[in-house]
Write a protein that binds this ligand. Structure first.
Ligand code: BDR
Ligand code: CA
Length: 314
């Protein structure tokens, strides 16, 4: 049984990743921590609670975390995901609320109390994890593995010309994690993978509508702003789901078809802020992370559709 902790800036694709984790039979989602990113952290918490309740997993504890990046001001992605991060549908408020306690303490306490047992998946800026690493420099070794959806290894960005949002939003945090990482402990998956291997095409969206389950409708509706953005701003015929693709690689390692150990330094200067291009020189320093470069897009969509076909009892 995979025991997961998920750290998320819950916007619309994070929510779909939470559904995958919450409804996977071979996985126990032990807790969710939230961080500012796509939306301010109270909204990320609300969206995580709402999503878990919709999945019939309202008992999973949610802990709120950092309100802003370590150094920089908060810059949200509401232009992409909607003002509420969930497509501006006027969703109801969740029944539950965040548990007492800060996400940083939860990451520290849970990893220390179950060394080598828990798998951490981060879906937002690395602020919570970096702050925890600054308090315990060996923290990453206390997890079974840490997977981060972050970066643009080919330097094709979605936030700047060369940087991906989670790395760009809190580059100092990403830097702290990268410096403490080792390739057997930490895997990064960039947003490029979802765009290359797993775009939700118009046919996929049609199939999602045909599924006609509450979870399929929820997924299609909360991603409507992303779909608009992808079509109008980036010219993509469909929308991409970076966080669900990352989650699929964790839940189903057989879907990962190419990895690369790499030395990644996170650019901190203003010009290249958040760039995460690996050092591929012949004499590059030793790898600090494993990068996932390709996933089985067909297998990802099968997992997604199987999950969204589920009908959750009230
Ligand atoms: C990442 O940024 C956010 O907008 C998404 O939720 C995802 O985590 C993709 O660059
Ligand atoms: Ca995210």
């Amino acid at each position: 049984m995979l025991e997961l902790l998920v750290d998320t800036d819950t916007g619309s694709d994070d929510a779909v990743a939470l559904l995958l984790a919450a409804l996977n039979e071979d996985t126990e989602l032990t807790a969710v921590t939230t961080v500012a990113g796509n939306v301010p952290v109270p909204l990320a918490t609300r969206n995580a609670l709402l999503t878990l309740e919709l999945a019939g997993r309202g008992q999973v504890p949610v802990y709120q975390g950092c309100e802003r990046p370590i150094v920089r001001p908060l810059h949200t992605a509401t232009a992409v995901h909607g003002d509420d991060g969930m497509g501006d549908l006027g969703l109801p408020e969740p029944a539950g609320s965040a548990r007492p306690g800060h996400a940083i303490d939860v990451l520290l306490d849970r990893a220390r109390s179950r060394p080598g047992e828990l798998t951490l998946v981060t879906l937002g800026p690395l602020t919570n994890l970096a702050a925890a690493v600054l308090r315990d420099r060996a923290l990453l070794t206390r997890f079974r593995h840490v997977y981060c959806m972050i970066g643009a290894p080919d330097a094709v960005g979605n936030m700047s010309a060369t940087a991906e949002f989670n790395a760009w939003a809190d580059p100092e945090a990403a830097h702290v994690v990268a410096e403490a990482a080792a390739p057997e402990l930490v895997t990064w998956i960039g947003w490029d993978v979802s765009r290359r291997d797993a775009v939700m095409t118009p046919d996929d969206q049609h199939a999602l509508r045909e599924l006609d389950t509450p979870l399929a409708k929820f997924t299609q509706r909360i991603n409507r702003k992303v779909a608009e953005w992808a079509a109008t701003v980036t010219g993509l015929d469909g929308y991409d789901l970076p966080d669900p693709v990352a989650m699929a690689g964790v839940l189903r390692p057989d879907l990962v078809i190419e990895t690369e150990p790499a030395h990644v330094r996170v650019a901190l200067g203003d010009e290249a802020r958040g760039q995460t291009a690996p050092d591929r020189r012949l004499d590059a320093p030793a790898a600090n992370v494993t990068l996932i470069r390709r996933v089985d897009g067909k297998g990802f969509k099968e997992l997604l559709f199987d999950t969204l076909a589920k009908r959750v009892e009230d």
